[in-house]
Design a protein around this ligand. Sequence first.
Ligand SMILES: Cc1cc2nc3c(=O)[nH]c(=O)nc-3n(C[C@H](O)[C@H](O)[C@H](O)COP(=O)(O)OP(=O)(O)OC[C@H]3O[C@@H](n4cnc5c(N)ncnc54)[C@H](O)[C@@H]3O)c2cc1C
Length: 1003
Amino acid sequence: MPPTTVVGNQDKSEASEIEPKIRQFGGQLFALMDAAEPPSLFSKKGFYGTLMEWSMRDEHFKTQLFRFVDVLPTLTSSSEVAKHLKEYLGDDEVKLSPALRMGLKAAGGMSWLFGSGIKAQVTGMARQFMLGDDQKEIVATLKKLHEQEIAFTVDILGETVVSESEADQYAKRYLDLMDLLAREISKWQRPCKSNESPRGQLPPLNISVKISALYSQIQPTDPDTAIDRISMRLRPILRRAKELGAFINFDMESYVLKDLTLRLFKTIFAESEFASGPACGLAMQAYLKDCEADLRDVLAWARERNRRIAVRLVKGAYWDYETIIAEQRHWPIPVFALKAETDANFEKLSVLLLENDSVIDAAFGTHNVRSIAHVLAQAERLGVARRNFEFQMLYGMADPIKAAVLKMGCRLREYCPVGELLPGMAYLVRRLLENTSNEGFLANKFAKDVSRDDLLKNPSDVAADVRRLQSPPSTPDTRPFHNEPHTDFTLARERAKIGAALKRLRQNLGKRYPLIINNKPVSTTDWLPSLNPANQKEIIGHAAQASITEADSALAAARAAQPTWARTPAAERAAILEKVAALMHRDKADLCALEILEAGKNWPEADADVAEAIDFCNFYAAVMRDLGRPKRTQAVAGETNVQHWWARGVGVIIAPWNFPLAILTGMASAAIVAGNAAIIKPSDQTPVIGARLMGLLIEAGLPPGVANLLTGPGGKVGAHLVGHPQIDFIAFTGSKEVGLRIWETAGRTAAGQANLKKVVCEMGGKNCIIVDSDADMDEAVVGCIASAFGYQGQKCSALSRLIVLADNYDKFVERLIAAAGSLPVGPSEEPGNVIGPVIARDAQQRILSILDAGKKEAKLAWQGSVPNDPNACYVPPTIFTEVPSTSRLFREEIFGPVLAVSKAKDFDQAMALANESEFALTGGCYSRSPVNIERVKAELVCGNLYINRTITGAIVERQPFGGFKMSGGGTKAGGREYLENFLVLRAITENCLRRGFAPVEEA
Ligand SMILES: Cc1cc2nc3c(=O)[nH]c(=O)nc-3n(C[C@H](O)[C@H](O)[C@H](O)COP(=O)(O)OP(=O)(O)OC[C@H]3O[C@@H](n4cnc5c(N)ncnc54)[C@H](O)[C@@H]3O)c2cc1C
């Protein structure tokens, strides 16, 4: 009996024995393939062949073409099709390579290629890879495969579900499909040879399921609920599979779902009802660095239960996506960097599967002749019968290889996606990318005529060669600033940290938090409790309430400390900020827990806020190191001219509660690192977070008096300081009402005032997103929901006006409402909840009264339900439609989970409506029209514009954040220029000419 596991790559002697065998099998396969027609996609003639050829010759054409293909099914009129075709491919602006442009001209231009009936052509192309949704056609195609001795597995397209009703529908489609196919298969005369294994007959009905389609609200923070809900919809499918004797396979999707899929597989198939059936299996992706560990774990699970399962080994379909997403989030990249490394891992894991033949039905999902030949050679070496395992290939792909594999006496199964064209486009584009990938086997074999020898090379050698030839790692990353990554909550250890931090916090609630002046605690007679918005009986802490007397002492402390601090070298000041960032990183889980309980943020929102605070410290430190160096303005003989920055003096920082750590830290750290002293006034709602920040500043070594914590009534002490002649600047983020008052007060010059006051003022927004008629609806629904209801809509960047083009309006609003209705609502400390309470009782009452008034202005299209808890401050998320642009709902900032939806008859009207606002903070557009996207870029009036994504969640340095009009003074938090608001620029000129000569460097 073979060993249960295999270790590492083969050594040299093993490789030299097996390599000739692999080449022999490869040669046989190639010879058999020669006898077959090349795949039409690579024929270099006709519609598809030409497109594929051009795509491989010109990356830009490929991008434009595939984007056009992606949007095509949503276009309902021929004029729209023509418009998009021109925008993507027909315009002179489209930068095609000169050769391709000439080729196109010679062929008669795009009109030749796309002429009339372009939709039919692309539908035809899609039909090459998918079976469509006509039952008769599906059955006929599967029967044909059956007759060719090819087994099948069927997958239903359209896995992107945005609501629970869509997940229900998806699950039902599986049940219906299974019934249909079971009925039809029973009529087929004889079993398909590819379902005959030496161990017996395999189930002819084989179904592939994407688990993400069975629950619309999978949250990385809460895999337990996801498992629960997916299992709920999966059980009837498994039950029916058991009754019908069908086989169920779990497909493997993106990395974020990998652990969940593995856990679900092991949990549900261990349930007593399914412990012995139905037959089951799952796909595993060799491009993942942790695939081997996962596979070993699955093997151990199967052995422990003595349960035969199938494993479909694939390389993985989301390589680009995984790489891009990990890079964007600064997470470790989970996939191998080199194609040859993936191939080598596929080979290594193929051996592992064959070695475990006694418990595993191995399936190798590949169209690569080398990978196939390797399996055949290793099976022979290990004495595993060829029909013990199977090859799997995709419907419509690599037909000559399929023919060859069958002729070699192997079992073959085709993966057949069924469903409508629209949801199938993502699948089509994946297949087109795969077929035209420069690194892919298919393009190399069928389009580029790479030699057989090269195609059969050992991937471990190829990887080693590539690594050797690779230029030494490009210059090390010396950028002075890197963003703090958001936490990957798919990792159990990260979830556990928050759980533990919440427990720790609960043991420390209710403490008193004094003022801090000159780094010393100052108690007052008045203390204000800070309450958990999800439970107003729970006191997070008591904050000392400053009076004018303490405000004046804080100001005196700041004035005394500031001159010395300003003369401290910029690098030293920056180092303290970097220390604060390091301390925040150390305390990340505790700070998150505090935000969850004090501000009602859910886990990812709290985590993002802490990460942003860390970013502000590190970023402003890096910028100050640079600004701290005097810069020469102009080189001129005999004179030095430099300019350098000086601190403004003493300021007051007035922060809101909605980003309780990030905004407070951002404004305070910018002021301080610039050499100013500050009085920090956190919001009344989140004073404990303010006290934590102050503690970290002291721990990091900030000298006494440079920052002073002053909690207390804004209307009294805040106003007193804003108007005080010894205050040089004010940094404020909050409501328009208070912001305008501060702006006005600061503009008045009091007797004895030394400086004109600088006001850094960031106020609200009434932000809008336009959903174009060609938008990707799946993405737009999810993005709009997140933008509108993230942190209960209590973000100045939140979406509150949604403008949907008439063509899409009804369907879009229906899906939007269904998606909103699926969001989990409840206390933010429960990890799966997306929507929590609003910040406080008065906010709750205010929003509820606006909702009441709103019902008279517009149509209440939907209102969610919230827990009936008198101690919590919930506001039901609400969507209004038919909202007139004159209404309060359309014009006023609400700062709650309320969305006003308007219909626009065309894009012109949508733009006009969008710009009808006194605010200009964030804005967005979902569109796949390059022209409309350009127009939005040029014309949408807002400080931060986001296209085809959410409009919240700006990242420090990447998206400097801030608006204008009534949204603010045009400053950009998290941008390089932000610090300049806290500085004044001095120019120094020195005449170096003495007695007719000057030092050389100045000459
Ligand atoms: C029956 C079947 C079922 C499938 N089910 C799934 C599934 O459940 N989940 C899933 O993700 N995929 C699935 N796939 C898709 C599969 O992952 C791709 O078809 C497969 O990766 C193509 O590999 P190949 O051996 O045919 O081609 P090759 O051309 O040899 O390999 C292409 C693959 O190499 C990898 N690759 C490309 N560039 C790089 C690089 N620079 N560095 C590292 N690796 C790279 C990628 O995985 C890419 O897909 C399935 C495929 C089949 C045939």
